[in-house]
Design a protein around this ligand. Structure first.
Ligand SMILES: [Zn+2]
Length: 232
């Protein structure tokens, strides 16, 4: 049995890092195959020929050793993506889902269908249950550019999901004839549109007591981070 698509992807990511680290050209296929053949101890004409268990383990271990992976640095970068994943999941669940629920009956099913479509190769490994946001991570993804043969870094699964949901929501909102303000108000979300910000500023400017209470209210006191013209 030879390597799975997921294993090939991991090997590709490791090899790209090794090349970057050593100043090698990651698009140089013959060079890569020479290196891989040496590691597994037999001639390879493609990475997909690597054996699924022993050869794959040996190859990955060697590539990691070549990287001289700093365990502490690796853990810190993992922590960083775990934290990013938490922030993205939270934004999707607390900002996008309540709005999607205004326009779609089964939001969980709707999201699962998008995830499965975007990650079909992944779904093949776990055919027994539907995907959830917990199956997606915030690590950068990699794709091979067919034209140049270079590995291109792409946004993470969760970033892509957030972007897709925001774009779909924008279309659904327009079809329903809602403004951003209408949508956020109906979804009972704190609205940060220009009008609401204007009212809030005017109120707090007029009455010093209101200003204190606005600052004390965690909802009113939230920093304004969404501009009026964003899609959600
Ligand atoms: Zn508003």
């Amino acid at each position: 049995m030879t390597v799975t698509a997921a294993q090939v992807k991991t090997i590709q990511i490791l090899w790209t890092r090794v090349c970057k680290d050593r100043g090698w050209k990651s698009s140089d296929k013959p060079f890569r195959l020479t290196q891989f053949s040496e590691i597994v101890g037999r001639p390879l004409t493609s990475t997909t020929e690597v054996g699924r268990i022993d050869e794959c383990t040996k190859l990955m271990k060697t590539l990691k050793a070549m990287l001289g992976v700093d365990v502490k640095a690796a853990r810190e970068s993992d922590d960083l993506t775990i934290n990013q994943a938490r922030v993205l999941r939270n934004q999707i669940l607390t900002e996008l889902v309540p709005c999607l629920e205004l326009y779609i009956g089964d939001v969980a099913g709707y999201m699962a269908a998008i995830m499965e479509d975007k990650n079909r190769w992944w779904k093949i490994d776990r055919p027994t249950r539907g995907m959830t946001l917990m199956d997606l991570d915030a690590k950068p993804t990699f794709r091979m550019d067919r034209r140049t043969g270079q590995t291109v870094e792409m946004p993470s699964q969760l970033s892509q999901m957030q972007f897709t949901l925001a774009a779909r929501l924008n279309t659904l909102r327009k079809e329903a004839g809602d403004t951003v303000h209408d949508m956020r108000t109906k979804a009972r979300l704190n609205c940060t549109c220009a009008v609401c910000r204007g009212i809030r500023n005017a109120l707090s400017a007029a009455d010093p007591e209101l200003e204190t209470s606005a600052a004390a209210d965690p909802e009113l006191g939230l920093p304004v981070c969404v501009e009026n013209d964003t899609p959600f």
